[in-house]
Ligand binder design. Structure first.
Ligand code: NAP
Length: 484
């Protein structure tokens, strides 16, 4: 296994524009959330750098769009293969900058890498239609074309997968891109783009901006008529602001926003499976996932037993730096996240919830919060309305199916819902009734490169992955031609 310092020395620290790595006078420190120590300093882009990146993306757009699909496919496939060779390095890098335990970081290399393989396969399957109009007088041709230069903004919580989930379909479709990773976790993206270079990606097709002033760098891009698309993953409030800016040029947008996932357990569920599912849906990524179960809506007759079993499992977790053997709960991303988790627990308890385990920040270096279970959470508690984004499992008992559906849908979000029941008819009713873009039926992890990921309501617009993912980067053109 490579040492931390050797790995960090291999990661580029500049902006990547037109195939060149550029340093800047100002820099940003990237820290390890488990210790607070600075890992490395990286370039800090300005608005001028953003324009230079767009110049580079625009300059090669036509050439990249005209590149044979097989060539684009081969580059993505080569990138997938290189990532498998370097999986330990990518995993360690994510653990260092984001904090997730190494085993989970390995899981993200698998998940994130799959987008490269999936879209290398999709690049050669972009199809259209040929038809006869109903009058029989003409022929209709429907064809797909790359949207054009895209701006991709990613969050800090899945530093690799959120980047590959956007970059791979954009490249497969024939679009050039500018990527802006979160300033808290930019290293994985920088290392990934270096890998793309090695895989043979031509200069200018992918450009990277790291910056401490996201809005100053973003605004000139969104208001430049040469940009054709914004794809954003992050919080709903920032997404709403970006959609307003994107309206200036009526940009195509894909929005992967926040969630407030219900996890519904009926009394006929396999409780062992529900507890396993709960652990994965809640504590993966230390609770910092848009897909994290936020509200455990559990039928009254099994709520106490469910609470007892999850508490037992949570008390077996080991907190520590993600690089340490056996650690299952790493740090939260920063002190603000720790404070928020504490405030949500305190608010729920002050309104009548019962604390079963955890509930506090961990003293000492790094931003750690104890894995926590609270039950009997009352209506009106903040924790039922906001994304917790921390290792806190909150249980709300319910009486009957109608009650469960009402509680599950009582949120402005609609990203993912989890349902545990052995009753097939009830499962089908829940598919129909829950306002959600995705559903885990008797399973606690749903993400898969082959499936369309995305939400309804304020959780977003558009889908990433699956057959749908590439269409976010394609425009449909229809041509009418008379019968010859
Ligand atoms: P965030 O604060 O909204 O930031 C997301 C990205 O937007 C970062 O790159 C951030 O850059 C940038 N940003 C922030 N303000 C901006 C502005 N005014 N203009 C342009 N860019 C701006 O979200 P986060 O805290 O990183 O991520 C957590 C959120 O993402 C949660 O709400 C989670 O549910 C959501 N998420 C959704 C999905 C999904 O697929 N639906 C997946 C993962 C996460 P800087 O940090 O450098 O400012």
């Amino acid at each position: 296994m490579i040492s931390e310092s050797d790995l960090l020395a291999k990661v580029p620290t500049g902006l990547f524009i037109g195939g060149e790595w550029r340093s800047t006078e100002k820099t940003i420190d990237v820290t390890d959330p488990a210790t607070g120590a600075v890992l490395v300093s990286i370039a800090d882009a300005s608005a001028d750098d953003a324009t230079a990146a767009l110049d580079a993306a625009v300059a090669v757009q036509d050439e990249w769009a005209a590149t044979a699909p097989r060539t684009r496919s081969n580059i993505l496939r080569k990138a997938f293969d290189l990532m498998q060779e370097r999986r330990d390095e990518f995993a360690l890098l994510m653990t260092l900058e984001m904090g997730k335990p190494l085993a989970e970081a390995q899981g993200e290399v698998t998940y994130g890498g799959e987008f490269l393989r999936w879209f290398s396969e999709e690049a050669v399957r972009i199809t259209g239609r040929y038809g006869v109009n109903p009058e029989g007088t003409g022929r209709t041709i429907v064809s797909q074309h790359p949207v054009g230069p895209c701006y991709l903004i990613t969050p800090w919580n899945f530093p690799l997968a959120m980047a590959t989930r956007k970059i791979a379909p954009a490249l497969a479709a024939g679009c050039t891109v500018i990527v802006k990773p979160a300033s808290l976790t930019p290293l994985t993206t920088l290392y990934f783009v270096k890998l793309l270079e090695e895989a043979g990606l031509p200069a200018g097709v992918v450009n990277v901006l790291t910056t401490s002033s996201s809005s100053a760098v973003t605004e000139p891009l969104l208001t430049d008529s040469r940009l054709r698309k914004l794809s954003f993953t992050g919080s709903t409030p920032v997404g709403q602001k970006l959609m307003q800016q994107a309206a200036t040029n009526v940009l195509r947008t894909s929005m992967e926003l926040g969630g407030n996932a219900p996890f519904v357990v009926f009394d006929d569920a396999d409780l062992d499976a529900a507890v396993d599912g709960a652990m994965a849906a809640k504590f993966r990524n230390i609770g910092q996932a848009c897909t994290a179960a936020n509200r455990f809506i559990v039928q009254e007759s099994v709520a106490d037993e469910f609470a007892r079993r999850v508490t037992e499992r949570v008390q077996g977790f080991r907190i520590g730096r993600g690089t340490e053997e056996g650690v299952t709960i790493g740090p939260l991303i920063d002190g603000r996240a720790v404070k928020k988790a504490g405030e949500l627990v305190d608010d729920a308890v002050s309104k009548g919830a019962t604390l079963l385990t955890g509930g506090s920040a961990v003293d000492g270096e790094g931003s750690f919060f104890e894995p926590t279970v609270i039950t009997d959470v009352k209506t009106g508690s903040q924790i039922l309305r906001e994304e917790i984004f921390g290792p806190v499992l909150a249980i709300v008992p319910f009486s009957d199916e109608a009650d469960a559906i009402r509680l599950a849908n009582d949120t402005e979000y609609g990203l993912v819902s989890y349902v545990f029941t052995k009753d097939l008819a009830r499962g089908q009713r829940m598919i129909d009734k829950l306002e959600t873009g995705m559903m885990g039926l008797n399973v606690g992890v749903i993400s898969n490169a082959s499936a369309p990921f995305g939400g309804v309501k304020q959780s977003g617009i558009g889908r990433e992955g699956g057959f749908e993912g590439i269409h976010e980067y394609l425009s449909t053109k229809y041509t009418m031609t008379p019968v010859a």
